[in-house]
Ligand binder design. Sequence first.
Ligand SMILES: Nc1ncnc2c1ncn2[C@@H]1O[C@H](COP(=O)(O)OP(=O)(O)OP(=O)(O)O)[C@@H](O)[C@H]1O
Length: 225
Amino acid sequence: MIELSGVGHRFGDRWVLRGVDLALTERRVAVIGANGSGKSTFARLLNGLIVPTEGRVRVDGLDTRKRGREVRRRVGFVFQDPDVQIVMPTVAEDLAFGLKHHDVPKVSIPGLVDRALADFGLAEYRDHPAHLLSGGQKQLLAIAAVLVTDPAYIVFDEPTTLLDLRNKRRVVAVVAGLAQQVVVVSHDLDLLADFDRAVVFDEGRVVADGTPAEAVAAYLALLSG
Ligand SMILES: Nc1ncnc2c1ncn2[C@@H]1O[C@H](COP(=O)(O)OP(=O)(O)OP(=O)(O)O)[C@@H](O)[C@H]1O
């Protein structure tokens, strides 16, 4: 379980999150809210990419402030911008990179890479320079590179922004089929419609928390208010 208690975060002297108390127990949790409401900051707190200025974030009881390394192994993070995540020259090498760093036995790596390439429609790009993929293909690669390491939790920060309809459907199907707990930040309200829970942020605070229908209604009310 991922648990936040009394969490606040400040950049310089500006608080961008305040008073966040949440226990994320559902399998599919959506995070919605206006631009700048603190969603990405919240997402980054969940795997210890950033630590809270105040309060505590715990993953299976591990405090992200003290046990960051272990937390990052448990909580995979798919960035909004795939360019920050792609680190190796070719598509297959990029997929293998994460596996090596997760101490996956060398002998298992090629098979896992092949499966990830096939699952994400990237098989024909195996030896292609990763930086020459299209934006949407990079996003698929970034998602594949996290999923291939099989983390216990996966946080997606706007995973479908660059994708065409076909690839969006592919990602929606992949997320729907994941056995792990996922937290998805998205402006794409359709993507989140059958999630178990949705949390709405506004100006750094949780202002609604319920079913997607309830959360979307609260979000729309905020926009028109
Ligand atoms: N590294 C940083 N340094 C300073 N300010 C930051 C930093 N990262 C985010 N912010 C500020 O924190 C606030 C919340 O940003 P955040 O990215 O969490 O919002 P968001 O809800 O994810 O927005 P969007 O929907 O536009 O992605 C914004 O005002 C942003 O300018």
